[in-house]
Design a protein around this ligand. Structure first.
Ligand SMILES: *Cc1c(COP(=O)(O)O)cnc(C)c1O
Length: 402
């Protein structure tokens, strides 16, 4: 084979960490600030305000130095006690990841597993809650988007059955893959706790975990016996001094990066951000639909309303997914997402699954570049691409209708 043309800046189309905008990188490229007084302190206060604006949360937000796993643990330890029952809705590997943390903390987890191809069924959730006549279940935990399967769950529908079952459990939602990509409305949807992290829709390097809480959960916080000093929300929400917000040194440069990312989102406007993700997701689906006509690949999630706006999981045969990822990386500088096993107890990667991340800092030229490289890779690997996925995606983007 002749020399690769992949040269210069590479492109990540994986579902996190996502592409970091130059504005975010430049905001972080600066001297260390004074962490005791001055600009950093005012600047941090504005982060809490704007994060809540984006999440549509009238409660509080806690910023941790941590990743998504940190947010999983923080949300549970602040509100639950050893032995408490939790109902976990599982639609893929990330739902199961939260279960593993909960079990590790000594919680009694009841898992409702909906498989790897469709969203959580509200009727089954309602039945499970109605069966809990003594209200032993203290929390329902679910992802909005499961990043492995690319399934999106209907959060308002889940809250609706919790209300109709007249069950007092808290609703805790993992929006790590979906925050600032898919519509989310914490107050209106009745979500008690929402968690996310910096490295996906928020376009900031990995390192910040966020927990959004409604004021209604404070009585539960008081009772929770899993709390430990580092994770405890109370001292962070009501800090005795600035650094207590972070239980120590703040993640200074991440805060500058996050500030810039929030500015970018608010300048665009959240309705536009969500619309952009919707159109771009629809463009990816149009491309996959076209490529699927070859018979070489297929969607993991058949039903459009169950699909994520941030990531698309694609199934292939005969190791095509692995070969395609390798070809794109070597020949074009494009990195596609690995397949995380879709089988409940499978291994970590699957050579017949790949994922296209379409979250965060993405626009028509970067998305069409990604899809063009994938299409070229399919051709190079002998797939009959007689219907162009790129042409189909272009039509969706040109009409801007999702
Ligand atoms: C990425 C992700 C996580 C894990 O985040 P880490 O930062 O890798 O710990 C958890 N849940 C969802 C839905 C995710 O997309």
């Amino acid at each position: 084979m002749s020399k690769s043309l992949a040269f210069g800046r590479t492109h990540m189309a994986i579902p996190g960490p996502s592409v970091m905008p130059d504005r975010v990188l430049q905001a972080m490229h600066r001297a260390a600030p004074n962490i005791y007084e001055g600009e950093l302190i005012e600047h941090s206060e504005s982060l809490y305000r704007d994060l809540n604006l984006i999440a549509r949360n009238s409660g509080e937000v806690v910023i941790y130095i941590g990743n998504g796993h940190a947010a999983w643990e923080a949300s549970l330890v602040n509100l639950l006690s050893r032995g408490d029952q939790v109902l976990a809705l599982v639609t893929g590997r990330f739902g199961r990841g939260w279960v593993a943390i909960a079990e590790g903390l000594g919680l009694d987890v009841q898992v409702l597993d909906f498989g790897a191809e469709q969203s959580a069924d509200p009727a089954q959730i309602e039945a499970a809650l109605q069966a809990d006549t003594e209200h032993k279940i203290k929390a329902v935990i679910t992802v909005q988007t499961d990043t492995a399967t690319s399934i999106t769950n209907n959060i308002p529908a889940i809250r609706e059955v919790m209300t109709s079952a007249d069950h007092p459990a808290m609703l805790m939602v993992d929006c790590i893959a979906s925050f600032a990509c898919e519509r989310f409305d914490m107050d209106a949807w009745g979500v008690d706790v929402m968690i996310t992290a910096s490295q996906k829709g928020l376009m900031t390097p990995p390192g910040i975990a966020l927990v959004f809480i409604q004021d209604t959960v404070w009585p539960r916080h008081k009772e929770a016996d899993l709390k430990t000093p580092y994770w405890d929300w109370h001292s962070r929400v009501y800090p005795a001094y600035f650094a207590a917000r972070f239980c120590g040194t703040p993640p200074t440069h991440h805060l500058y990066g996050l500030r810039e990312a929030l500015d970018m989102l608010l300048e665009e406007g959240m309705e536009n951000v969500w619309h952009r993700h919707h159109v771009q997701a629809a463009a990816v689906w149009a491309a996959v639909d076209a490529w699927a006509q070859s018979g070489a690949l297929t969607f993991n999630v058949a039903l459009v309303s169950d699909r994520s706006l941030a990531v698309t999981t694609i199934k292939t045969r005969d190791g095509l997914a692995s070969n395609l990822r390798a070809w794109c990386e070597k020949e074009t500088g494009l990195t596609l997402g690995v397949g995380l096993s879709l089988a409940p107890d499978g291994g970590t990667t699957d050579s017949n699954v790949f994922r296209i991340g379409h979250m965060g800092h993405l626009n028509p030229h970067s998305l069409l570049g990604t899809l063009g490289c994938v299409e070229m890779g399919l051709m190079a690997l002998g797939v009959d691409v007689s219907v162009s996925g790129v042409a189909s995606a272009m039509k969706v983007i040109e009409r801007k209708s999702a």
